[in-house]
Structures are given as structure tokens and as C-alpha cells.
Design a protein around this ligand. Structure first.
Ligand code: AP5
Ligand code: MG
Ligand code: ZN
Length: 213
């Protein structure tokens, strides 16, 4: 199964992705996670990306497209993959299509999670991420058992640099201008599965699984 998760910042893409890849046994490819890992390691790519990410802006298409091209041609993607946060511009969508066509493959579904702006801001600001394993929590909606400590690995829970109110607002603005046009792009291809992201994490997951059957 080859899937794309589309949606504004804080909509719950990463949260649903974790459950989906477990169920279908496919790799989770999050360009945001890959870029943050590069920042942590201090690579050239990370240095370039950080300038954009801290401002809530998109990293240039050529950088992310080449990350994804490398990744989806990997052996572990033979049975499919889940792209989370890519594509994010129509240009990236077209590049993905060209790459898949070359591989004689196509996307099965584009899951579009939508949530209203006020909720997005609350979700992003309250998000906490495990420093070690990357597990995602929310101080109100999905709290860890012990405050500031990961349930899975006992790692320290941190906030993302770009999860301040100002930066989240900027990211939403960027989403509306640059990413939202992809909904029409995939609608025309008959691939869109619209999901109401305001429901509970569990209810959304059940809805997605049902629709993918
Ligand atoms: P990225 O890391 O992809 O961030 P994003 O798209 O802004 O989305 P988020 O990760 O913030 O939100 P999410 O939808 O995954 O929500 P989550 O599940 O965590 O990208 C970051 C940056 O990298 C970009 O700004 C850009 O600079 C760069 N970048 C990445 N990809 C790029 C690309 N293709 N091109 C160019 N630049 C790129 O949930 C959020 C919170 O809500 C959590 O705390 C969670 O516990 C909680 N929650 C989730 N679901 C629910 C629910 N149903 N009810 C209640 N709470 C919930
Ligand atoms: Mg995410
Ligand atoms: Zn952890």
C-alpha cells in the first residue's frame, strides 16, 4: 500500500501515521522527522533546512524531493510506504508522480486530515516529543503517565522549536498558500480520502482503516 498523509500542521498526521504503519507493516516516511534528524546530526542538509523550519517556512523543493526519491527506492519500500508531510507543494506532488511512474508504481490513497485553526494551534503548542524514541504526546489530549517522561522508553519529553504560537500560525498560513492546492490536485486523480481530524485519535484511526479496506 502506497499512502500519503496530507493535512495542516498539528492535524495529527504523525499520530495516525504511527498506527497506520504498524497495522500495514510499511515504513513511515516523514520529511519533517528526516530533516529534524539531520539538524540533530549537524549535517549540511540540516543546517540549510533549519533556517527555513525555525521560521515556519517550507524547505526548498529540490532538497526534500531528493530525500524522498532516495527513500522510496529503498528495499524496505517494496511493499509500500506511508509519506507523512510530503508532498507539500504541487511541484513536489508532480515530482513524486514522475518518480513513481518511472518505477511503474502509483499511489493508492491520499488521506487528508482536516481540523480547524484554533484546534491546530492548541494541539501543536501542547505537543511533547520523546528525545530518544520520537513518541508523540500532548499535555492535555494524550498525556504521558509521568509528566515529562516517555511511557515507552523513559526518555525526556521536549517541545519542538517550531511549536510556538507565532511559528504555528505562520506554518498554517504557509499550508493554506502552498500545500492546500494539493487537495484539488489529488481530488482530480480520485485519490482523496477526507477525514475529520477533530475526532478522537482512536476514532480517526478506525475511520481510516475502514476506508482503506
Ligand atoms: P512536519 O514535521 O511535517 O510538521 P507539520 O506538517 O507542521 O505537522 P506536524 O508534525 O506539526 O503535525 P502532525 O500533523 O504530524 O500532528 P501530530 O500527530 O504530531 O514539518 C516541519 C517542518 O519541516 C515544516 O514546517 C517545513 O519547514 C519542513 N518540511 C517538512 N516536510 C517538508 C516538505 N515536504 N517540503 C518542504 N518543507 C518540509 O499531532 C499534534 C499534537 O496533537 C500531538 O501532541 C498529538 O498528541 C495531538 N493529537 C493528534 N491527534 C489528535 C486528536 N485526534 N485529538 C487530540 N489530540 C491529537
Ligand atoms: Mg508530524
Ligand atoms: Zn521514548
Amino acid at each position: 500500500m502506497r499512502l500519503v498523509l496530507l493535512g495542516p500542521p498539528g492535524a495529527g498526521k504523525g499520530t495516525q501515521a504511527s498506527a497506520i504503519v504498524k497495522k500495514y507493516n510499511i515504513p513511515h516516511i516523514s520529511t519533517g522527522d528526516i530533516l529534524r534528524a539531520n539538524i540533530k546530526k549537524g549535517t549540511e542538509l540540516g543546517k540549510k533546512a533549519k533556517e527555513y523550519m525555525d521560521k515556519g517556512l517550507l524547505v526548498p523543493d529540490d532538497l526534500v524531493v531528493s530525500i524522498v526519491k532516495d527513500r522510496i527506492t529503498g528495499d524496505d519500500c517494496k511493499n509500500g510506504f506511508l509519506l507523512d508531510g510530503f508532498p507539500r507543494t504541487v511541484n513536489q506532488g508532480e515530482a513524486l508522480d514522475r518518480e513513481l511512474t518511472q518505477m511503474s508504481l502509483k499511489l493508492d490513497r491520499v488521506i487528508n486530515i482536516d481540523v480547524e485553526k484554533e484546534v491546530l494551534i492548541e494541539r501543536a503548542i501542547g505537543r511533547r516529543i520523546c528525545k530518544n524514541c520520537g513518541a508523540t504526546y500532548h499535555i492535555k489530549f494524550n498525556p504521558s503517565k509521568e509528566e515529562g517522561v516517555c511511557d515507552i522508553c523513559k526518555g525526556e519529553l521536549l517541545q519542538r522549536n517550531d511549536d510556538t504560537k507565532e511559528t504555528v500560525e505562520k506554518r498554517i498560513e504557509v499550508y493554506i498558500k502552498q500545500t492546500k492546492p494539493l487537495i484539488d490536485y489529488y481530488m482530480e486523480k480520485g485519490l482523496i480520502l477526507n477525514v475529520d481530524g477533530s475526532k478522537s485519535i482512536d476514532a480517526i484511526f478506525k475511520e481510516i482503516v475502514k476506508a482503506l479496506q
